[in-house]
Design a protein around this ligand. Structure first.
Ligand SMILES: *Cc1c(COP(=O)(O)O)cnc(C)c1O
Length: 373
């Protein structure tokens, strides 16, 4: 017997959501291609190809002994470490299971029907998704011709209904940045009723790195969001944190679930913060391998968007087609048609070996497509 559909009794705005589409997983690809998962290279989700810090892995192994117990719901050790590191009070630090959760928590505190969120067109797809989830309006602001956030246009997009502005720095998927002077200017003009969220998932790869904590320390309604998923190599563990005013931190702590960060995540993240060598190695790898891609794109006559992240957008013609051709050859990249950038694909920077293979496969894919024309 087939039951009655429950949809008429659920939120209309939830029904309309198209779920977030992550990079294609290795195992799924291996099954479809009848390949060994070890022969597949995934450069689709901006992960750290060096893996996590060995000391963080050790800490997780140790922490498995206590997994029958609930984690510390206040994540005290992790938060106090972060507070000391950044020179803030522990009451200003919120721990979460990745910065996606922080984004959701922030939206939960102040978005609803009739309210608005402002973000750049080329920034994280989580923001419009959250607007749909909470029935709020997403106000998309066109990027500048150089693909960076247009902060002045974002200021003009703010209305009395605006609750949050997201500044993604460097921004995904294009990899551009806004610098300190522009941020200072923006923060001196932004109305007080708006929360400014700095999504700094890729900040470690950038140079220079603007200081956004200063706005929090001045008491402005700003939130600095960081994640352990990218430079720290802990995407599978789910850990991130926010530093903000005590008032906003208190609100975020009210909406989060009581045990939102697992004991393994807390253990790994606390230790990862101290492994500066691993962080430096990870950043160094990305910077030098980025040069390899830039040289190769120049040689192939492909244009690309200079990136300050651990990923790069390259213009390949038919992005979906190139994605499929590379996939057939065991390299998973990220097509960009979801962003309206159907001529581009996004490549996450891997190890030297992975990048060499990726470039070889990309070249073969482009050749194949040219032959079929
Ligand atoms: C990857 C990413 C995040 C965070 O991901 P989590 O794994 O949830 O911490 C946040 N913002 C942007 C722009 C990202 O690309």
């Amino acid at each position: 017997m087939r039951g009655m559909s429950i949809l008429p009794y659920t939120h209309k705005h939830v029904q309309a959501i198209r779920a977030y589409k992550p990079g294609k997983p290795i195992n799924e690809t291996a099954r479809e291609l009848h390949m060994d998962p070890d022969d597949i290279v995934k450069l689709a989700s901006n992960e750290n190809p060096l893996g996590a810090s060995p000391t963080a892995i050790q800490a997780m192994k140790h922490a498995t002994q206590g997994v029958n117990l609930y984690p510390d719901g206040s994540a005290y050790e992790l938060r106090s470490k972060i507070a000391t590191r950044y020179g803030v009070s522990i009451e200003q630090v919120v721990a979460a299971s990745g910065s996606s959760e922080l984004i959701e928590l922030l939206c939960h505190t102040c978005l609803g029907p009739g309210s608005e969120l402002v973000a750049a067109r080329y920034s994280f797809t989580m923001y419009p998704l959250m607007c749909q989830l909470f029935g709020a309006t997403f106000v998309e602001v066109e990027n500048k011709p150089d693909w960076s956030h247009d902060l002045q246009a974002m200021l003009r997009a703010i209305s009395p209904r605006t609750r949050i502005v997201f500044i993604t720095n460097p921004t995904n998927p294009v990899g551009t940045m806004v610098q300190q002077a522009e941020l200072d200017e923006f923060m001196s003009q932004v109305p007080e009723h708006v929360i400014v969220a700095f999504d700094e998932a890729y900040i470690h790869f950038a140079e220079p790195q603007p200081d956004t904590l200063r706005y929090v320390q001045r008491g402005q309604n700003a939130v600095m969001m960081r994640t352990f998923s990218k430079a720290y190599g802990l995407a599978g563990v789910r850990a991130g944190f926010a530093i903000t005013t005590e008032e906003i931190a208190g609100l975020l702590n009210k909406v989060r679930s009581p045990f939102n960060t697992s004991s393994l995540a807390q253990a790994a993240a606390s230790v990862a913060l101290d492994d500066e060598q691993h962080l430096r190695d990870s950043v160094q790898l990305v910077r030098s391998e980025m040069r390899r891609y830039e040289r190769a794109f120049n040689d192939l006559g492909l244009s690309y968007i200079p990136s300050q992240g651990n990923f790069v957008l390259v213009k390949v013609g038919d992005g979906e087609r190139v994605y499929r051709e590379c996939l057939k050859r065991g390299v998973i990249l990220r097509p960009m048609s979801g962003y309206g950038l159907s001529e581009y694909i996004r490549i996450s920077i891997g190890t030297a070996e992975q990048n060499i293979r990726c470039l070889r496969v990309l070249e073969a894919a482009l050749r194949e497509i040219a032959l079929q024309k």
